[in-house]
Design a protein around this ligand. Structure first.
Ligand code: PGA
Length: 235
């Protein structure tokens, strides 16, 4: 079953995405939710917060993070606070994240994955990497890849430098493809003309680890929330 594609005008995309999330959490308040950071979700998170969205009855999982020192502006935990959590009336019931300062990162990844198994994901939102990654599952990641430490690709390193103060991480930790693909429902967030080529490969190209996002073609309940720029040129 192919992902369903929904398309909004660029200036309406954030409001639409934020409202969808508010509605979903009102109708299914206790769901287990995994959220990404990055630039794409920012307008949807702003609309969610200003639309009265709340996460106070949810188990909330943060999708990934960079191996950067505590307090670095490109750290995903800080990005999530800046763009979403600090704007909410109440904190989430439980925020689970990968602790990149843990002395044994492999054990930390195993701990996080077990927590996801304990609270199976009902809904996972994802950004789409310019190289086709999901979370930090870089090209080469298989559909059954586990939560782990990853070496970042040059494209991802460049993007991460933009999030922060120019200091780029070389490694990250990410929820594995296996856990992502087990989520009951997935919303893939894609905006901007610079994502059009990779979105087309994701949805219409061959399925395989060269473009990890292409595994979504086999996921039974994925919706792509795109703006018109991200689908420009689709035949
Ligand atoms: P972006 O990143 O939202 O900043 O484009 C997406 C991603 O790399 O997953």
């Amino acid at each position: 079953m192919s992902p369903e594609l929904t398309i909004h005008k660029p200036d309406e995309w954030g409001a639409a995405g934020g409202a969808l999330l508010v509605e979903r959490l009102q109708s299914q308040p206790g769901l287990s939710l995994c959220l990404p950071t990055g630039n794409t979700p920012v307008p949807a998170y702003a609309a969610f917060a200003s639309g009265g969205g709340t996460l106070d009855s949810n188990h909330l999982f943060l999708l990934d993070d960079f191996l950067l020192p505590d307090g670095h502006p490109a750290r995903c935990d800080l990005m999530l606070s800046r763009t979403l959590l600090d704007r909410l009336a109440a904190p989430p019931r439980s925020l689970h994240r990968l602790d990149v300062a843990a002395p044994d990162l492999d054990a930390e990844c195993a701990r996080f994955e077990s927590l996801v198994d304990e609270h199976p994901l009902d809904l996972t939102l994802l950004g789409l990497g310019g190289n086709g990654h999901l979370g930090l599952n870089e090209p080469g990641s298989n559909a059954d890849s586990r939560t782990r430490v990853v070496k970042l690709e040059p494209d991802t390193i460049r993007s991460a430098a933009v999030y922060g103060d120019g200091i780029a991480p070389r490694h990250g930790v990410t929820l594995g493809m296996r856990s992502i693909l087990r989520s009951q429902e997935i919303w893939l967030l894609v905006t901007g003309g610079h994502k059009a080529g990779i979105l087309e490969r994701t949805l219409r190209g061959p399925v395989g680890s060269a473009v990890p996002a292409s595994f979504l073609q086999f996921h039974p309940n994925t919706v792509v929330l795109a703006d018109t720029a991200a689908v420009a040129g689709f035949g």
